[in-house]
Design a protein around this ligand. Structure first.
Ligand code: NAX
Length: 327
C-alpha cells in the first residue's frame, strides 16, 4: 500500500467542496491505487455543515480514504499537506466593488499563505480556485515563506474545458478531439481562449470550423460568459464542473502531458510571451515528469491574440496594484 497523499481543502462545506471531496476520495484525482488523507478547512460558522459532509464521506466507505480531519485552524488544516486546494473565499455581495472583494479575499489569502509556509509538507503544491483566483494566488505565494513560487497555481482549467466543449459542438466531434487549447491571462471575463492554436482531430481549429467571425465574435464571449450563463440557468454558480476542473488540474500537473499538447493553468510568469514576470497568469503549460512544469515555447501569438492577451494582463496588473498593500 502506498503512503497516503494529504490534501487540504478550504471552503470544504461549500458547493464546490461538496462536488470535489467525493471525487478526491474515490480516486479520481490521484488514481485507483493511491490512498488519500483529507484535511478539511472551514470558517467556524460552517463547521456544523462540514460535519454533515464528513458523515457522508464516512457513509461512502471509500477504500482509498485513509482519514478525514476538520478544522478552522489554518496550521492544523495545512499540517503536512501535499496539496493545498484553496477553494473557500467570500462571494461578491450586493453593492460590493471589485476592489472591495480583492481586499476582503486578499486578507484571507495572506493568512493561508503564511500557514502553508509554516505547516505544509516540503513538497506542497497549491491550487487557488477562490476568486479572484489569480490575484489571491499571488497574495498566498508572497506570504508562503520558503515555498518556491513554481508550486503555486490558479485554476483556468474549467475555462479550457468549456472552450474545448464549445469547439467540439461546433465541429460536430467529441470534445476529446480538441487539443492545444490555451486560456491566456486572468480567470475573468478578459480571459482569452486561443482558438488560433487549438487543434481538432490534429488539424487547426480554424481550418475545421473555417468561420473566423464565429470564432472571434461568438466563441470567445461564450467561453468568457459561460459562468454567468450557468448562474442564470441554475440559480447557482458552477460547482460540479468547477470541481472537475480542479481534478483535471491536479491530474495534469501530476502526469506527463501528451506529446505535442499542453494544458492551461495560471502560474507565476517567468516573463514568457511578454507577460510580466511574477504575475499569476494562465498560459500553455507542459510537464514531462509530473513534478516540474514548463511554459510551452514557440506558440504563435498573432496580432489579434496579442491584443487579447495584453488586455487580460493589464487587468491582472490592475488587480496587483489594488492589493499592493497586501504583497
Ligand atoms: P460557496 O459559497 O458555496 O462556498 C465557499 C465556502 O468557503 C463556504 O462554505 C465558506 O464558509 C467558505 N469560506 C469562506 N471563507 C473562508 C475562509 N477564510 N477559510 C475557509 N473557508 C472559507 O462557494 P463555491 O461555489 O464553492 O465557490 C468557491 C469559490 O470558487 C468562489 O470564490 C468562486 O468564485 C470560485 N470559483 C472559481 C472558479 C475558477 O474557475 N477558478 C470557477 C467556479 C467558482 O466560481
Amino acid at each position: 500500500m502506498k503512503n497516503p497523499i494529504t490534501v487540504s481543502v478550504t471552503g470544504a462545506a461549500g458547493q464546490i467542496g461538496y462536488a470535489l471531496l467525493f471525487r478526491i476520495a474515490s480516486g479520481a484525482m490521484f488514481g485507483p491505487d493511491q490512498p488519500v488523507a483529507l484535511r478539511l478547512i472551514e470558517i467556524e460558522p460552517a463547521m456544523n455543515a462540514l460535519q454533515g459532509v464528513v458523515m457522508e464521506l464516512d457513509d461512502c466507505a471509500f477504500p482509498l480514504l485513509q482519514s478525514v480531519t476538520t478544522s478552522s485552524d489554518l496550521d492544523e488544516g495545512f499540517n503536512g499537506t501535499n496539496w493545498a486546494l484553496l477553494v473557500g473565499s467570500v462571494p461578491r455581495g450586493a453593492g460590493m466593488e471589485r476592489n472591495d472583494l480583492l481586499g476582503i479575499n486578499g486578507k484571507i489569502f495572506t493568512g493561508q499563505g503564511e500557514a502553508i509556509g509554516r505547516s505544509a509538507a516540503a513538497d506542497v503544491r497549491v491550487v487557488v480556485v477562490g476568486n479572484p483566483c489569480n490575484t489571491n494566488c499571488l497574495i498566498a505565494m508572497q506570504h508562503a515563506s520558503g515555498v518556491p513560487s513554481d508550486r503555486f497555481f490558479a485554476m483556468t482549467r474549467l475555462d479550457e474545458n468549456r472552450a474545448k466543449s464549445q469547439l467540439a459542438v461546433k465541429a460536430g466531434v467529441h470534445s476529446s478531439e480538441v487539443t492545444n487549447l490555451c486560456i491566456w491571462g486572468n480567470h475573468s471575463s478578459t480571459q482569452y481562449p486561443d482558438f488560433y492554436n487549438a487543434k481538432i482531430g490534429g488539424k487547426p481549429a480554424t481550418e475545421v470550423i473555417n468561420d473566423e467571425a464565429w470564432l472571434q465574435q461568438t466563441f470567445i464571449p461564450a467561453v468568457q460568459q459561460r459562468g454567468s450563463a450557468i448562474i442564470k440557468a441554475r440559480g447557482a454558480s458552477s460547482a460540479a464542473s468547477a470541481a472537475n476542473g480542479i481534478v483535471d488540474t491536479v491530474r495534469s500537473l501530476c502526469s506527463p502531458t501528451a506529446a505535442g499538447d499542453w494544458f492551461s493553468v495560471a502560474v507565476c510568469s517567468p516573463g514568457a510571451y511578454g507577460i510580466d514576470a511574477g504575475l499569476i497568469a494562465s498560459m500553455p503549460i507542459r510537464t514531462e515528469d509530473g513534478k516540474t512544469w514548463s511554459v510551452v515555447e514557440g506558440v504563435e501569438v498573432n496580432a489579434f491574440s496579442r491584443e487579447k492577451i495584453d488586455a487580460s494582463i493589464a487587468e491582472l496588473n490592475g488587480e496587483k496594484e489594488a492589493v499592493k498593500h497586501l504583497l
